[in-house]
Every structure is written in structure tokens, then in C-alpha cells.
Design a protein around this ligand. Structure first.
Ligand SMILES: [Zn+2]
Length: 316
């Protein structure tokens, strides 16, 4: 068999998922301990302000909201600029993210606090801003959850513009983490396996998913999760696309798996239901013409996995 290294299509599927549009130049090799401070002194800098799973949006002059604030505006809104992180440089200047209190009572009428999920699902900000939101929200959540050294228990301090925390007691450096999650569509001829989590919106069925564990390959995690959740053994597993997922700092890794057995044994502790869907039914769920059922919304990687399979030419 010939080894074809670049067999994938040129337009890589990850480009089309929500949270993938970040164009910030991270300049990761130039991060200095005072780089956030320096950026805050630059009048062209803009900030995203976030807290408690919500982001502040400013009413725009025309249609559409803006998720960026100037340094003075951020200060006036009570943003915690001492804990601002530098995301990098966009074409029009540095971009930072800073923690802020997001309770509506203290906000001016032109500013609204929105949870990340509706911002993403309703397309309230453009794709590049949504990509920056994923970067900023993930990083700020990591800081909020890692204020103390995991080794000696002493408080840690931010360094490298927010890309590191240092324990000044034992000198251990702590770096931002990204948690890999496998999300997979198991397919067999002209049908695929979809499941319903207990917390899903009414009528929604999706691809199965689970955290990748230490010491596990992506493929092994895909096989293990599919067997655990659906009782389906997988043969070949192929990678399709990935999606940054700021809830709080995951990377969704989307794969297809080749189902080897017919019988589904759903793990009903995790899933409310799990069954086979044929291609025609899945297409109607994608197009929202199905009378009762649907798949997750367009920006989600689950939607892209399901659509890529459903719209591919059926096997001869
Ligand atoms: Zn320590």
C-alpha cells in the first residue's frame, strides 16, 4: 500500500467549526513577564472582559455587538487589569482578556453580559472574535482554577503575559492546560450511531464523546468510549477535525469509527438513548425537516462530523 501523507482535502475541516476563527498572532516566543502590562499601556490595545462563564458585549453603532473594549472602558467597567492576560496581536493591535464582574446590576445599559454558549450558538460576534473568546475564556478559567501550587500548596503568580504561573515558594512552573476530548461518529454502511445525553435539549441526538485519558492514544479513546457508551466495537478510526471548546478548556478531537457489530448496548447511566440512524433520517435532522428530532447546531464539531458523513456519497 502506498503511504499517502497529504490525503486530506486542502480545505481542512477544522476551519469551519465554531471557535476556530482566531487570527491572533500569539507570538508565543516573545512572551515576557510584563507583556500584559506593556500591552495595557498601548492605546491601540483592546480587551475582552469575562467572568463566571459570561462575556461583556457592547451594543454596536449598526447591527451587531462588539466584544472588545478599550483600556479606559475596561477600567471604568471594573475589570481586574492586574490579572489581564495577553492573547497576542491582531492586525489592529494587541488583544487581551481580563476578568470582570458580570452581574447585570452594575453594568451600563449599552453593555450586556452573555453566556458563552448563546454568543456562539446565535452568532452574536464574528468568527474571529469567537475564536479569540475561546482563547481568552480558556486561559482566564485556567488561572481562576490554578491559583495555588499543586506541588506545595502555596499561592502562585502569573507570568509570561498569562501563559505561565510560578510558585515563588518552590519555583515550580505551571502551564495552561488543554483537556482533550474525543468525539466520534460510528458508522456502518448507510447508517450511524447517535446518542442523547440526559442534559440535551429536547429532540437533540449527537455523536458520542468522552475525555481522553492519560496514556491513551486518540484512537484507543475513541474505541473505548464507543464500547463503553454504546457497546459498539470499532475497527478503523480516522481523524476528521478538531474544535477549541472553552467549557472550560477542552479540545474536541472529532473522528469517524467503523462499527463492527450491529447490536447497541447503551450505557443508560450516561445516555438517555442511543440507536442507529439511517442516512435519510440524519439528513432530515440536519436540515431541520425532521418532525421531532435534530442534531446539534451548525458551529459544533458534532454537526460537522454528522454532516460530512451524511453528505458523502453513499457506498456503492
Ligand atoms: Zn510550590
Amino acid at each position: 500500500m502506498t503511504f499517502r501523507l497529504f490525503d486530506a482535502p486542502q480545505a481542512e475541516p477544522s476551519r469551519f467549526v465554531g471557535f476556530a476563527g482566531n487570527i491572533i498572532d500569539r507570538q508565543s516566543e516573545k512572551r515576557e513577564d510584563d507583556s500584559a502590562e506593556k500591552a495595557l499601556a498601548d492605546p491601540s490595545s483592546r480587551l475582552m472582559l469575562m467572568g463566571s462563564g459570561r462575556i461583556l458585549l457592547k451594543a454596536g453603532d449598526d447591527a451587531g455587538a462588539s466584544s472588545y473594549f478599550g483600556v479606559q472602558e475596561a477600567r471604568a467597567l471594573g475589570a481586574d487589569l492586574a490579572n489581564a492576560v495577553l492573547l497576542g496581536t491582531a492586525p489592529d493591535g494587541p488583544v487581551l482578556a481580563a476578568p470582570v464582574a458580570t452581574d447585570e446590576a452594575g453594568l451600563p445599559q449599552t453593555v450586556k453580559a452573555m453566556e458563552y454558549r448563546p454568543v456562539y450558538m446565535q452568532g452574536l460576534i464574528d468568527a474571529t472574535a469567537l475564536g479569540s473568546l475561546a482563547q481568552g475564556a480558556s486561559l482566564l478559567a485556567w488561572h481562576a482554577n490554578h491559583r495555588f501550587c499543586g506541588k506545595c500548596g502555596q499561592p502562585t503568580e502569573m507570568r509570561a503575559g498569562g501563559y505561565k504561573r510560578l510558585c515563588t515558594a518552590c519555583r515550580t512552573e505551571h502551564f495552561p492546560r488543554t483537556d482533550p476530548v474525543a468525539i466520534m461518529l460510528s458508522v456502518q454502511r448507510d447508517r450511524c450511531v447517535l446518542g442523547r445525553g440526559r442534559h440535551f435539549a429536547p429532540g437533540v441526538y449527537s455523536a458520542l464523546a468522552g475525555f481522553i485519558e492519560p496514556g491513551e492514544t486518540i484512537e484507543a479513546a475513541v474505541r473505548r468510549e464507543t464500547l463503553e457508551e454504546a457497546g459498539i466495537r470499532l475497527g478503523r478510526v480516522v481523524y476528521h477535525a478538531s474544535q477549541p471548546w472553552p467549557f472550560p478548556y477542552s479540545l474536541m478531537i472529532g473522528c469517524f469509527g467503523e462499527a463492527l457489530n450491529d447490536e447497541i448496548e447503551a450505557d443508560l447511566a450516561e445516555l438517555e438513548d442511543c440507536r442507529w440512524f439511517d442516512r435519510a433520517e440524519v439528513l432530515s435532522m440536519l436540515e431541520r425537516t425532521h418532525p421531532t428530532l435534530m442534531v446539534p447546531p451548525h458551529g459544533s464539531i458534532a454537526h460537522h462530523l454528522i454532516r460530512a458523513w451524511a453528505e458523502a456519497a453513499p457506498p456503492a
